[in-house]
Design a binder for this molecule. Structure first.
Ligand SMILES: [Zn+2]
Length: 157
């Protein structure tokens, strides 16, 4: 479930759409994840939104346009799913290999956003949920094996 406070009706509509798309594409994962709360505010970095791990909260940049909000929310929902119902260790290891990371790569941190495994994971979720990506497709390439691993994770969740 997704709840929000302080967002416009238009933003809430887009957020509901993002959640519906997420839970239609990944029903098992969606039923596993605990509620996530959305608030509006200042976001660190360049994105439209960020996931705040210790609060299970997504912060959305004030006045994010609907066109990018949907994709950004799906990306942050992926971080929420990763943090709460993430891939088993063996699947994560296979994911690292499929994306060309070394076996001992740290999941949550890289030299840059686009070299961070957890960001590749979130982008893979966007690809599966939306069938396309428009924000970071030039930064993170996804192998067919990677997308298969995410689908298998959903099937086994
Ligand atoms: Zn991210």
């Amino acid at each position: 479930m997704i709840t929000s406070v302080g967002l416009s009706a238009t933003m809430n509509e887009t957020i509901d759409e993002a959640w519906t798309a997420f839970s239609n594409a990944l029903p098992n994962v969606a039923s596993c994840v605990p509620s996530v709360h959305l608030t509006e505010g200042t976001v660190s970095g360049e994105g439209d939104a960020e996931y705040i791990h210790n609060e299970q909260r997504i912060r959305v940049r004030t006045s994010t346009p609907s066109e990018t909000l949907r994709e950004s929310v799906i990306h942050e929902l992926a971080h929420h799913a990763d943090a709460t119902c993430g891939m088993p260790t063996a699947t994560r290891a296979a994911f690292l290999e499929a994306q060309g990371f070394s076996a001992d790569a740290a999941w949550d941190c890289g030299d840059a956003w686009e070299t961070t495994p957890a960001e590749h994971f979130a982008e893979a979720i966007v690809q599966i949920v939306s069938g396309q990506r428009s924000l970071a497709q030039h930064l993170v390439e996804l192998s067919p094996e990677t997308l298969d691993l995410v689908r298998e994770w959903e099937a086994d969740s």
